[in-house]
Design a binder for this molecule. Structure first.
Ligand code: F6P
Length: 351
């Protein structure tokens, strides 16, 4: 197969997207294709907003965060006549197949579009790391590094002021960032959406630290955590974005207030927010994105569509979209419990 390949990035941005675009373009050109960039996710394909991509135009972007193509959360299936418009634009531009770089929302739309006969291959990206079929998604490693560095910084100020520092991190339905960065940053407690930890147990363990002379604590909480014994009521008080995703507004603050009230220890809350998605990707993310970009072109070249390329162990694999979409991948709860037992916030029985 030769012709033109369209490439788009959809959903929330993350570091490593440009490295993936660069690999798709360079590998595509080497295999005899021309590559067209589609701006702002599915919206660009609906609105015919595209840009030719050459070897030259992707020069120097491997280290840049964000996406040179722009992104959006537009759902092409819900968009009026979205699929018809996509077909029309692909035909007029001579785009024979697509590389779709996205998280669960984008991949879900890709699956529907693929089942309507549009040839495409997906690449997983999200700092949340909650996509099935791949051990890692692009952006996760960078987010973990940013959060780990933040925890190191918060440690010194927590210790100086004898405070509890509650750190809210991203993770809509899975606690991958909280768990990985919490372990790497030596957190004293980690709270995630997947596993319930009782507020009593958490307070006991933080109090024990104080009683033993450690007069500060770092508590990491994933934004999607909403256990009623932590918050007193079910959290979050949330709004929704244009795709119906929850916009979280506050488990960190709710938890911080509750800890301060119960323990009578001065507490501060840091919400890391979009800092976790910004800036330059780590070497790991650049390499992963490059490998996945090359693999996506190989799949297109072999006529293998309706799949996502991913990494399992150290092997690049491809999995059918139908087996992975709309089923968020949760953390390894055994790892979580072990980390909890080591740090003392759980004895394993209340999780
Ligand atoms: O899906 C990745 C993610 O970073 C989530 O962790 C977070 O809840 C969400 O995106 C925030 O999205 P937005 O960019 O729309 O604020």
């Amino acid at each position: 197969m030769t012709g033109t390949i369209g490439v788009l990035t959809g959903g929330g941005d993350c570091p490593g997207l440009n490295a993936a675009i660069r690999a798709v373009v360079r590998s595509g050109i080497k295999q005899g294709y021309t590559v067209t960039g589609i701006r702002n996710g599915w919206l660009g394909l609906i609105e015919n907003n595209t840009v030719p991509l050459t070897d030259r135009s992707v020069s120097g972007i491997v280290s840049r965060g964000g996406t040179i193509l722009g992104t959006s959360r537009t759902d092409p299936v819900a968009y009026p006549e979205g699929v018809t418009k996509i077909r029309r634009v692909m035909e007029s531009q001579g785009i024979a197949s697509l590389v779709v770089i996205g998280g669960d929302g984008t991949l879900g739309a890709a699956h529907e579009i693929s089942s309507l006969g549009i040839p495409l291959v997906c690449i997983p990206k999200t700092i949340d790391n909650d996509i099935l079929g791949t051990d890692r998604s692009i952006g996760f490693d960078t987010a973990v590094s940013i959060v780990t560095e933040s925890l190191d910084r918060l440690h010194t100020t927590a210790e100086s002021h004898h405070r509890i520092m509650v750190v809210e991190v991203m993770g809509r339905s899975a606690g991958w960032i909280a768990l990985a960065a919490g372990i790497a940053g030596g957190a004293d407690a980690i709270l995630v959406p997947e596993v319930r930890v009782s507020m009593d147990r958490l307070c006991q363990s933080l109090k024990a630290r104080y009683d033993a002379g450690k007069r500060f604590s770092i508590v990491v909480v994933a934004e999607g955590t909403r256990h009623e014994d932590i918050a007193g009521t079910i959290v979050p008080l949330c709004d929704r974005d244009e795709c119906g995703h929850e916009k979280f507004v506050g488990i960190g603050n709710v938890l911080g207030k509750e800890l301060e009230k119960r323990l009578e220890i001065e507490t501060r809350v840091t919400v890391l927010g979009h800092v976790q998605r910004g800036g330059s990707p780590t070497a790991f993310d650049r390499i992963l994105a490059t490998r996945l970009g090359i693999a996506a072109i190989d799949r297109i070249h072999n006529g293998e569509f309706g799949c996502m390329v991913g990494v399992q162990g150290n092997r690049i694999v491809s999995v059918p979209l139908e087996s992975i979409v709309h089923r968020p991948k949760g953390i390894d709860t055994e790892d979580y419990i072990r980390a909890g037992i080591a740090a003392g916030w759980t004895d394993g029985s209340d999780t």
